[in-house]
Write a protein that binds this ligand. Structure first.
Ligand SMILES: C[S@@+](CC[C@H](N)C(=O)[O-])C[C@H]1O[C@@H](n2cnc3c(N)ncnc32)[C@H](O)[C@@H]1O
Length: 329
C-alpha cells in the first residue's frame, strides 16, 4: 500500500501528497459502514472537544501533518524493536475513522512485533475504524479496540508508546493536554509519547503587518518568512513533554506556566501570538504553517494599562482549553 515509498524513499512534497491521496482513497472506501449514523456530532468533554467523524477524517488531508505523524511513529517503534523490545506495546488514543497514524505499522511490520490497544470516543469513528481493520485483515495486530473516553480509561497494562493527535493550534479546543496528563502513568519508564513534545513560543506582532496563509497551508513557505521580518520573539511559554505531563495535577483547571516580561516590546507591536512547534519524534517535527496544528494563534491585544507590564501565563485545562495571559498591574 505505498508505505515503503512514503517512509523509506524520502519523497518530495508533491510525491508525498500523491501517495497519501492514494492511501486516503483506500481507507475511505474500506471504512464505510452500512449501519452508521449519518449525522456527525462532536463530543463535548470536560476538557475540550472530541471532533466528529467528518473532521477527524479530514485531518488525513492535512498532508504534512499526516506524513510527519506516520513517519515519526514508525521510526519510534522501529527504534524500540531494534532495542530488542518485542512486541512493542502501543496505546493509540483517538483513532478517527482511519487509524491514520498507525497505518504504516500495519503494512511494514509483522504482527508479532507490535501489539496495539486503541481508544476512540466517537461511535461513528469507532465503527469505521473497526470496519477498516476487518477489511484490511489486520485484526492480529490489535489487543483491544475500545469505544471509550480516554479521560476515564484505566488499565493495569503499561505501554512502550502512547500516541495521540487530539490537538489544535496552540493547544486550544481539543483535549491533548488532559489526555496525556491522565495517561502518562500508563507509560513504561523508558516509554515514548507521540508527539514527543509540543512547544509554544510567544511572539509580539501587529495584525496590520501580518499576512495569513491559505487553509491548506502545507506548501506555503513564504508567509512565515514574510511575517518573521517584523515579529519579536518574547519567550518559550510551554514545552509540553513527558516531564510536563508527569507534573500536572489533573484536578487543576488552571496551570501556571511562567511570568513573561513585555517591557522590551517594540512600539507598534500590539498583539501577542502563540506559535506552535510539534516534535513528533526526534528530528521529525512540524513548524508554523506546515499543518493546521501549527498555524499562528493570536492570543492577546495590549491595552494602555497592560502594555509593558509583566504577564502571568496559564494553561486553562477546561472545556475550552487554551493558554491565557493575565497582566500583573
Ligand atoms: C483530530 S482527530 C485525529 C484522528 C487521527 N488520529 C489522525 O491523526 O488523523 C482526534 C480523534 O480523537 C478522538 N478523541 C478526542 N478526545 C478523545 C477522548 N477523550 N477519548 C477518546 N477519543 C478521543 C476524536 O473523537 C477524534 O476521532
Amino acid at each position: 500500500m505505498y508505505f515503503n515509498q512514503l517512509i523509506y524513499e524520502d519523497p518530495d512534497t508533491n510525491k508525498k501528497i500523491k501517495l497519501l491521496t492514494s492511501i486516503h482513497h483506500i481507507v475511505t472506501k474500506n471504512s464505510k459502514c452500512a449501519s452508521e449514523n449519518t449525522t456527525f456530532n462532536d463530543n463535548i468533554l470536560s476538557q475540550g472537544v472530541a471532533v466528529n467523524t467528518k473532521l477527524a477524517g479530514d485531518c488525513f488531508t492535512d498532508f504534512q501533518r499526516t506524513f510527519a505523524f506516520m513517519k515519526g511513529t514508525y521510526l519510534c517503534v522501529k527504534e524500540k524493536i531494534d532495542q530488542g523490545i518485542q512486541p512493542v506495546n502501543i496505546l493509540y488514543v483517538g483513532t478517527g475513522p482511519y487509524l491514520t497514524i498507525i497505518l504504516p505499522l500495519l503494512f511494514l511490520l509483522h504482527p508479532g512485533m507490535i501489539t496495539i490497544t486503541t481508544l476512540e470516543i466517537n461511535e461513528n469513528s469507532y465503527s469505521r475504524s473497526k470496519q477498516l481493520i476487518k477489511k484490511l485483515k489486520k485484526e492480529n495486530y490489535f489487543k483491544s479496540v475500545l469505544l471509550t473516553n480516554a479521560l476515564c480509561f484505566k488499565t493495569t497494562d503499561r505501554f512502550d508508546l502512547i500516541i495521540s493527535e487530539t490537538m489544535d493550534k496552540a493547544l486550544t479546543r481539543e483535549p491533548q493536554v488532559a489526555i496525556f496528563a491522565h495517561l502518562i502513568n500508563l507509560l513504561k519508564p523508558q516509554g515514548h509519547l507521540i508527539p514527543e513534545s509540543i512547544n509554544i513560543n510567544l511572539v509580539a506582532s501587529s495584525i496590520n503587518l501580518e499576512k495569513n496563509v491559505a487553509y491548506n497551508c502545507y506548501t506555503d513557505t513564504r508567509t512565515k518568512e514574510f511575517n518573521d521580518q517584523h515579529r519579536q520573539f518574547i519567550d518559550n511559554i510551554l514545552k509540553a513533554d513527558k516531564s510536563f505531563f508527569q507534573q500536572i495535577n489533573t484536578a487543576s483547571q488552571k496551570i501556571w506556566l511562567k511570568t513573561v516580561s513585555t517591557s522590551q516590546i517594540k512600539p507598534g507591536l500590539n498583539e501577542l501570538l502563540l506559535l506552535t512547534e510539534v516534535v513528533i519524534f526526534n528530528t521529525i517535527r512540524l513548524i508554523e504553517d506546515e499543518s493546521w496544528l501549527t498555524k499562528k494563534y493570536t492570543c492577546y491585544s495590549f491595552t494602555e494599562q497592560s502594555r509593558g507590564k509583566p504577564h502571568n501565563a496559564f494553561y486553562l485545562n477546561t472545556q475550552t482549553p487554551r493558554i491565557k495571559l493575565i497582566p500583573i498591574i
